[in-house]
Design a protein around this ligand. Structure first.
Ligand code: NGQ
Ligand code: ZN
Length: 450
């Protein structure tokens, strides 16, 4: 039995002081408020529930900073995607494991305790299936095991290059499956994560560009979470309109049973009516502010969506930067820059913006990844501790701690991280950091010299 004691902790019903947690079997067994620490307790300053990272393509971590030089034509999301496809073409299973381990390490070190891995790199370099259809999924699972992060694996169904069943391009050959192949992939993916403590497997039709209506119905018909990319780029909206007469979010609402199992990633470009429809559906909007800025996507209508009761969570997507507090900060800053206002997402007079963002992302992330979050009895023991002695937290209590964390200190405040009841990060460093970094460095040196 592990016992922890914190000066202050963010519990399900608010902040509490002198909080003692006992952990067993990877979960929180008891929560006692106003407790005296005992000699056996491991002590900390501030405890928060770990934040879910609801959308990642781990392999893209290895491209971070490599697509920032101007190309021959006007650079865009689509020219970035060409570079990304070229990079994908080189990756072997060992590379995926090494890169994912580094990405997952950085997630834990910066305050994420579970990742939704939207995983579409399935086949060998020539496009042929591996003997194990979830070979790559196994490597993702191995990286999750090595780092300790919670994994919600979202094997992707990908069949077409564009609306109207356009045949897949050569650059997409490592992603594509048919319905039978996808069924085998899902089964093998479940086997691949079976050794992890609390993994979840969901389903992920890549985008409306990549699936037909009937494929969408077949892929989303299971019981677990369903994730899809939607309405990220204006060209995607225009193409959808040209093909169907409807915009992507409207089309999805009209043609699929979107409910609380769903996570719509990006949903950047919506009319007021689509925004209200999505909010009413109960689905989570998966926002990836750092990547959306990096790729030039646009700004999600967050204020209107939250006013309409919508659920949100955040994801690190391309992993060009991995940092939980930074995603929340940039989400708010995008709204401030476009509305020319402050504290746009606080949710009411007197309310803390940092706390509103953190609480909403905890709830939406839990919903999207299929595992509860929160420091409460029975929940997974996934928690992040902040350095209460850091100058950025001096004199702060309650929600002001979250404002200090999100807007001032950021990830340098993260001290220790507990995942499934195990301490995996101490003083900001993952236990396996040296090994993971050394292997990643060798991997990148080889990949980039090729
Ligand atoms: C992806 N990433 O699947 O990695 C996509 C690019 C696409 C983002 N959408 C590919 N950010 O959407 O076709
Ligand atoms: Zn994505």
């Amino acid at each position: 039995m592990t016992t922890l004691w914190f000066e202050t902790a963010l519990l399900a019903d608010g902040w509490a002081r002198a909080v003692r947690l006992s952990l067993a079997g990877g979960r929180i067994e008891t929560v006692v408020v106003g407790a005296d620490p005992t000699a056996d307790d491991q002590r900390g300053g501030v405890a928060l529930p770990g934040l879910p990272n609801l959308h990642s393509h781990a392999f893209q971590r290895a491209m971070a900073g490599l697509t920032e030089a101007r190309g021959p034509t006007a650079d865009s999301f689509w020219s970035w995607r060409e570079l990304m496809y070229r990079f994908v073409g080189r990756l072997e299973p060992d590379d995926i494991e090494a890169i994912a381990a580094l990405a997952f390490m950085e997630m834990l070190e910066t305050g994420f305790t579970r990742v939704g891995e939207f995983h579409y790199l399935h086949h060998d370099r020539d496009g042929r299936a591996y003997a194990n259809p979830a070979e790559m999924g196994e490597r993702i699972a191995a990286a999750a095991a090595e780092s300790g992060i919670g994994l919600t694996l979202l094997p992707v169904f990908y069949a077409h290059a564009g609306f109207g069943e356009a045949p897949p391009t050569d650059g997409q050959r490592r992603f594509v499956t048919d319905a039978d192949g996808y069924a085998r992939l899902l089964e093998a993916s479940r086997a691949a994560v079976a050794g992890l403590p609390d993994a979840v497997v969901g389903a992920a039709p890549h985008s409306l560009r990549a699936v037909t209506r009937s494929e969408l119905a077949a892929v989303s018909g299971g019981a677990g979470p369903v994730h899809i990319h939607i309405a990220e780029q204006l060209r995607e909206v225009d193409d959808c309109l040209a093909w169907s007469g409807a915009r992507p979010v409207d089309w999805l609402m009209d043609n699929a049973a979107v409910d609380a199992r769903w996570c719509l990633v990006h949903a950047t470009h919506m009319t007021a009516d689509e925004t209200a429809r999505l909010a009413r559906s109960g689905a989570v909007a998966g926002l990836c502010p750092i990547t959306e800025a990096n790729l030039g996507d646009g700004l999600f209508p967050a204020a209107a969506f939250l006013d309409a009761g919508g659920a949100i969570g955040v994801g690190s997507d391309s992993n060009v930067r991995i940092d939980a507090a930074e995603e929340l900060r940039l989400l708010e800053y995008g709204q401030r820059l476009s509305a020319r206002a402050r504290n746009v997402l606080a949710g009411g007079a007197g309310a803390s913006t940092g706390a509103a963002l953190y609480r909403r992302s905890l709830a939406g992330g839990a919903q999207a990844l299929g595992q509860p979050t929160g420091l409460s009895e029975g929940a997974p023991a996934d928690l992040v501790t902040l350095d209460a002695g850091h100058p950025d937290l001096a004199g702060r209590t309650g929600d002001a701690i979250l404002d200090g964390y999100v807007f001032a200190g950021g990830s340098r405040l993260v001290k220790d991280v507990w995942r499934a009841g195990r301490k995996v990060v101490e003083d900001g460093r993952l236990y396996a950091r040296d090994r993971i970094v050394a292997r990643y460095r060798l991997t990148l040196e080889r990949l980039l010299s090729a």
